[in-house]
Unconditional design. Structure first.
Length: 51
């Protein structure tokens, strides 16, 4: 999947976030920054999980 950093950082579309569960980052040129964004997409916060 190819997307911009802005799109990856946007967690407002909750329905599509499930697609990131189990995703593997093959190349991260941001020293873990991409992995963090993917993990954030895949894992709802405590507040998001309650809603």
């Amino acid at each position: 999947m190819v997307c911009t950093l802005e799109a990856l950082a946007d967690t407002s579309v909750r329905r599509q976030r499930y697609a990131y569960r189990g995703a593997k980052v093959l190349l991260d040129r941001l020293d873990g920054g991409i992995v963090e964004l993917v993990d954030r997409q895949a894992t709802p916060s405590r507040e998001e999980a309650v809603v």
